[in-house]
Design a protein around this ligand. Structure first.
Ligand SMILES: [Zn+2]
Length: 139
C-alpha cells in the first residue's frame, strides 16, 4: 500500500501517509506525530505527578490535623484510663487507708492529752503538798 503525499500541519513539510486510507486522518509527518505523542505523554506524566503531589499534600494536612488533635485525644484517653483505674475498689481502699491514718493520729492525740493530764495532776498534787506544808508552817 502506498500512501499519499500530504503537507504536515505542524512543520509544513511534505510527507507520505502510511496508506491511502490513513491519508484521511494523517495530518502530520512521522516526526511531528511522534513528537506530539511524546508531548501528550509528558503532559499525562506531569498530570499524574501533580495528582500524586496533591494527594500527598492532602495526606500531610490530614496527618497535621491529627497531630494537632493528639493532646485532646491523649487527654480523653488518660481520662478513660484514670476512670477505669479509679474503680470503687481503689476508692474504698484509699478511704480505708485514710481512716487508719485518722485513727492513728487520733490515738496519738489522746495519748498526748493523757500525758498532759498526768503532768497536770502531778503538778497539782505537788502544789497541794506545798500548800499543806505552808499551812502547817503557818500554824
Ligand atoms: Zn511535520
Amino acid at each position: 500500500m502506498v500512501g499519499v503525499q500530504k503537507e504536515c500541519r505542524t512543520c509544513k513539510k511534505f510527507f507520505m501517509t502510511r496508506s491511502t486510507n490513513s491519508a484521511r486522518w494523517e495530518s502530520q509527518c512521522y516526526e511531528c506525530y511522534s513528537n506530539s505523542q511524546k508531548n501528550k505523554q509528558m503532559v499525562r506524566f506531569q498530570e499524574r505527578e501533580t495528582n500524586i503531589v496533591n494527594s500527598l499534600e492532602n495526606r500531610i494536612v490530614k496527618v497535621e490535623d491529627w497531630m494537632d488533635n493528639i493532646p485532646s485525644i491523649i487527654g480523653a484517653e488518660v481520662n478513660n484510663t484514670m476512670n477505669s483505674i479509679i474503680s470503687d475498689d481503689l476508692l474504698s481502699a484509699i478511704e480505708e487507708k485514710n481512716a487508719e491514718k485518722v485513727a492513728s493520729l487520733t490515738s496519738d492525740l489522746f495519748t498526748q492529752i493523757e500525758q498532759f493530764e498526768e503532768k497536770i495532776q502531778r503538778q497539782i498534787s505537788l502544789l497541794n503538798t506545798r500548800i499543806v506544808k505552808i499551812m502547817k508552817e503557818m500554824d
